[in-house]
Design a protein around this ligand. Sequence first.
Ligand SMILES: C[S@@+](CC[C@H](N)C(=O)[O-])C[C@H]1O[C@@H](n2cnc3c(N)ncnc32)[C@H](O)[C@@H]1O
Length: 284
Amino acid sequence: MSLKKKIDFGNFENFYDLTKLATKNNLFYRKKNDLIREFEKEKWSKALELIRKKKVELNEIENIFLNLNNKILCYEAKSSNKLRVLKYKTALDIQFNYLKSKILEHKNLSNNIVELGAGFGSKILRLAKLKVLKEYNFFASDIANNGVKFMKIYSSQNKINLNVGTCNFLENIFYDKKIPKNSIIYSFFSFCYLKKMDKTFIKKLLELKPAIIINFEPCFYSNSFNNTHKILKQRYLEFNKYNINYKDTLKLFESKNIIDLKYTDDVFGINPLLPFTIFEWKEK
Ligand SMILES: C[S@@+](CC[C@H](N)C(=O)[O-])C[C@H]1O[C@@H](n2cnc3c(N)ncnc32)[C@H](O)[C@@H]1O
């Protein structure tokens, strides 16, 4: 990939393969079995296999799935060119820094931090290692048992204070143990696997009495298709069967005066067609 040529959405296809998006259709939404196959079997089992053999670093695990030295096309709303070619490792660091700064911004609200859909723990384990959060309690859950087992082993090897459990958003189960009231709860690319975000899901989250909920999730705009990037993103979300109604559902709760809601759209994307929006919301 050339770093010299300026990339914009006019020459986007020189840097990103759009063929599949243009010609095929994915027909299926992910059910529990599909999630288990994708994350439990195809992904986090490899992480678990490695940590059972030896002590590992989180980068080593990421390197199994993504070649960290490869260069990829990324999107960042605040950078002047928006599209940039970065090393995978650099892109992951930028992504983590967005999470870190949001958590630090809200750190005085609670000393409990919870990640829902934490995978093998790449985000929460890094947060838990930060000196500034050393007095905090951490909680993480996932539907994939191999991710849960990995987090247990890694946190015990590294003396990290992480409570681990399972969840299943399809049944509105967020953690199989108790999440302390008044926690800072976040998700990072995990709610987006839900076909539909219904009102019950939001109500159940509110029953946890969180201090704040922060979501880093891709977002669909039901009513604005006014530029090439937005059109491609919408198509990408639909094609890959990611959630497309999270923002609308949250806005409904906002319009009924139930929650305070703030969001920043399309902040950063390791995949330029899948940038995350940051949602911050809490009960009024
Ligand atoms: C893309 S990974 C992200 C993991 C982690 N948040 C991170 O950023 O490294 C998505 C995770 O969400 C979990 N997930 C997806 N759908 C879920 C559901 N319905 N219930 C519970 N977890 C789910 C998957 O098992 C997977 O580990």
